[in-house]
Design a binder for this molecule. Structure first.
Ligand SMILES: Cc1cc2nc3c(=O)[nH]c(=O)nc-3n(C[C@H](O)[C@H](O)[C@H](O)COP(=O)(O)OP(=O)(O)OC[C@H]3O[C@@H](n4cnc5c(N)ncnc54)[C@H](O)[C@@H]3O)c2cc1C
Length: 437
């Protein structure tokens, strides 16, 4: 058991994963969760959850679940209620709930010598505690990215983070701005409830069916990953054969290759476009009352604009310098360790197609391995820090040229990332050679 004190902020999949990895390494930590229970955004009753009633996994069950804890379901793409139960069972099985204080919102982290003062509030009480290290697992999909537009819209504007139920769309002329995974899910909901549905897009997208050759598409081609260019060539050919060319339905032709941004795992949108239930519109030009003028000179009138414009990273309780922010994201080793090794660790700050919760668990194992080494065999931890400081950091792109967008700043290729995490963990576990022996 450790003598040092650690904190974990957040009891979502990442917070639970790190608590479990710490438990296995014999490290006790205190968890702080603002909401009333575990599950993070998969608990639709969590006030910070960005789930909506129709949401299901977009990565399939077997590629997403924790390896040591298979889901008690034979559904390929379970819905959020099943996933909430999964995290309940995970927390109960490994007795993780008792490690967390619920209803406890962390408001501030301040440097205190080698450690951190954590200030939190339960509403009734204020908490001030000192920890040697703090693991930040407060999620990456909670803080809306809201762009500004020319002109003024007099109807209702809502970000997808506030969308919960199709009743919010009933009887309205809806314009969805952006066609990411949430935007497309909500477009499909809207088709059945709104008076009309348009989607305004800036760029083209690749639409991946949930099933290919009768199997969940992300379970194909597992094992040894193909080089980026070969995979891009094969998969875009397969997609052309299965889903056709989205340009036929009004989408612009993508000016990038597949997997250079997150693919859209939704082909229902294409069906509805084919049925005329939904229309693709050009980029926004300007708003004028209830009219939206598009960049191609066309216009439309709407009651509700839904901003499917994504999320931005946010660690509001700690000064940016401590996380080495550069541009839209912290620049930290393997998306976890600030190069100053100041006792803060980022957990779950990865976006990747198919990384799943197991990928996040492996990240947690690396943190636990480092913290255990720091206490039990400081020379191994010292060697790890020195390597991080001295060498060029591993390439986590897997050879894909990700689009230079703010939301891609912390994007990684799952295979490259998991390989790098495995290598670093093995390096941390290797004994330090005695220079005299
Ligand atoms: C609609 C939708 C579909 C998705 N589908 C998939 C999918 O198919 N596959 C996949 O792998 N991922 C998917 N995701 C991504 C999802 O983010 C991850 O699955 C996972 O929830 C990330 O877990 P997390 O613990 O990092 O963050 P979260 O689940 O966001 O949990 C963060 C927790 O931190 C707490 N918290 C935040 N701030 C504080 C604070 N200051 N003090 C105390 N507590 C705090 C929050 O209350 C929350 O409980 C999807 C996301 C959405 C929105």
């Amino acid at each position: 058991m450790t003598t040092k004190s650690y904190a974990v902020i957040g009891a979502g999949p990442s917070g639970l994963a790190v608590m479990r990895a710490l438990q296995k390494a014999g490290i006790l930590a205190t968890g702080y969760e603002a909401s009333h229970d575990v599950g993070g955004l998969w608990d639709i009753t969590n006030p910070r959850s960005t789930m909506y009633s129709s949401a299901h996994l977009i990565s399939s069950r077997t590629t997403t679940e924790f390896t040591e804890f298979p889901m008690d379901s034979d559904v390929d793409y379970p819905g959020h209620r099943v996933l909430k139960r999964y995290f309940d069972d995970y927390a109960d099985t490994f007795r993780l709930r008792e490690r967390f204080r619920f209803g406890t919102h962390v408001e501030r982290l301040e440097r205190d010598g080698d450690g951190w003062i954590l200030r939190a509030s339960t509403g009734a009480d204020r908490i001030v505690e000192r920890h040697d290290g703090v693991i930040l697992a407060n999620g990456t999909l909670a803080e809306p990215q809201v762009p500004s537009f020319a002109g003024e819209f007099t109807g209702e504007i809502m970000h997808t983070s506030a969308y919960k139920d199709p009743a919010q769309l009933a009887g309205k002329r809806v314009l969805i701005i952006g066609a990411g995974n949430s935007g497309c899910d909500i477009a499909v909901d809207a088709v059945h409830h709104a008076t009309s549905v348009d989607m305004s897009v800036r760029r083209g997208y690749y639409f991946v069916p949930r099933y290919l050759f009768g199997r969940p598409s992300d379970t194909l081609n597992q094992g040894r990953p193909l080089p980026a260019r070969i995979k891009q060539a094969i998969d875009s050919r397969v997609l052309r054969a299965f889903t056709g060319d989205p340009v036929r339905f009004g989408f612009p032709k993508p000016d990038y290759r597949i997997y250079e941004t997150h693919p859209i795992v939704n082909t229902l949108v294409l069906n509805h476009l084919g049925q005329g239930d939904l229309r693709v519109r050009a980029d926004i030009g300007r708003f004028d009352g209830d009219t939206v003028h598009f960049a191609d000179g066309s216009s439309g009138e709407y009651d509700l604009i839904l901003l499917a414009t994504g999320y931005r990273l946010d660690y509001p309780f700690v000064d940016r310098e401590h996380l080495n922010w550069q541009g839209a994201s912290p620049r930290v080793f393997l998306n976890v360790f600030p190069p100053s090794f100041n006792g803060l660790y980022l957990m779950g700050m990865i976006e990747a197609s198919g990384i799943g919760w197991q990928g996040r668990y492996e990240q947690a194992e690396l943190i636990a391995t480092y913290l255990a080494a720091a206490e039990q065999d400081p020379a191994r931890a010292e060697r790890f820090r020195a390597r991080v400081g001295e060498r060029v950091w591993p390439d986590l792109t897997g050879g894909y040229r990700y689009l230079a967008l703010a939301r891609m700043a912390h994007y990684v290729n799952k295979d490259a990332y998991r390989r790098a995490v495995r290598t670093e963990r093995e390096g941390l576990l290797a004994p330090v050679k005695d220079p005299v022996a």
